[in-house]
Design a binder for this molecule. Structure first.
Ligand code: PMP
Length: 285
């Protein structure tokens, strides 16, 4: 089935949903985006995603042409028009069409694009048995070059890491930061469980402030667990009892092997499973 796509306030069939080849989103990756999930026809943590989108836009001096309230309605209306209950929403704002030079002042009309679709999930086997991942040589963007807090249309940093992971036979790859600390995976944040406590890299490790990460931290604390946002090394990963990844699309995925070291007993751990149950309850509430 083909879903209607929202562009600047209008719905188009997929074949007719087009933007200019002069758009700086295409020419330079100049724009921002969000990837969100809907459960029961409601976008999960929509407000948090929109705050992150508008903050990303602000950081790159991109003025989104509609207000956050208007964007909320646009997302909800697009989802409703397509009759999607449990799905995926991709919200993109590009700099708009301009000249062939970099100058953002010579562009006009940022494009607001909302694509809603069925979610393509990781195979169930990953959730049941856990993932194997590898650490890769491509480091996460240096925050002084391009802050990983900006969810920009330029994902080459993550794509290069993903290619390294895929070449090693893994669907996710662990990226370190410029200091050699654990940062995040190519499209997911990372958590460890050691000695009954939960650990995850802090925002200043140079990571995207994942919405799922935030939900999981809150759920873990509400469950009485200690959560520490602290600098982590690969050594911490290798000696962890449990490891899992979080992301809007992936939700919570257990990791059972990193760089060929078995994590814990090689099976998804009890705290990972418990947090997964709590997370599912939250999304379906
Ligand atoms: N890190 C990166 C680099 C991401 O692209 C994403 C989102 N796909 C995440 C983490 C997870 O963020 P969220 O939970 O907000 O989807």
């Amino acid at each position: 089935m083909s879903f209607k796509i929202h562009i600047n306030g209008q719905l188009y069939d997929k074949e007719d949903a087009k933007i200019s080849v002069y758009d700086h989103g295409l020419l330079y990756g100049d724009g921002v985006f969000e990837g969100m999930r809907s459960y029961g026809a409601k976008v999960f943590r929509l407000e948090d995603h929109l705050v992150r989108l508008y903050n990303s836009a602000k950081a790159i001096c991109l003025e989104i042409p509609i207000s956050q309230a208007e964007m909320t309605s646009a997302v909800n209306d697009t989802l409703a028009a397509n009759g999607i209950a449990d799905g995926y929403v991709r919200l993109v704002v590009t700099r708009g069409a301009g000249t062939l030079g970099l100058d953002p002042n010579r562009t006009s009309d940022p494009q607001v694009i909302i694509i809603t679709d069925h979610i393509s999930l990781y195979p169930q086997e990953y959730y049941d048995n856990g993932l194997e991942i590898v650490s890769v040589s491509t480091i996460r963007n240096h925050p002084a070059a391009l802050s990983p807090r900006v969810k920009s249309l330029n994902y080459l940093n993550n794509i290069l890491a993903k290619i390294e992971g895929l070449q090693a036979g893994c669907v996710e790859a662990l990226m370190l930061n410029h200091k050699g600390e654990v940062a995040e995976c190519t499209g997911d944040n990372i958590f460890l469980v050691t000695g009954g406590e939960v650990f995850t890299p802090p925002i200043d490790a140079g990571i995207l402030e994942g919405i799922t990460r935030d939900v999981v931290i809150k759920l873990a604390r509400a469950a009485g667990l200690t959560v520490r946002e602290t600098a982590l090394t690969k050594h911490d990963v290798y000696i962890a009892d449990e490891c899992f990844l979080t992301g809007s699309a992936a939700e919570i995925v257990p990791v059972v092997k990193v760089d060929s070291r078995v994590i814990g007993d090689g099976k998804p751990g009890p705290i990972t499973r418990d947090l997964t149950t709590r997370f599912r309850e939250t999304t379906r509430a």
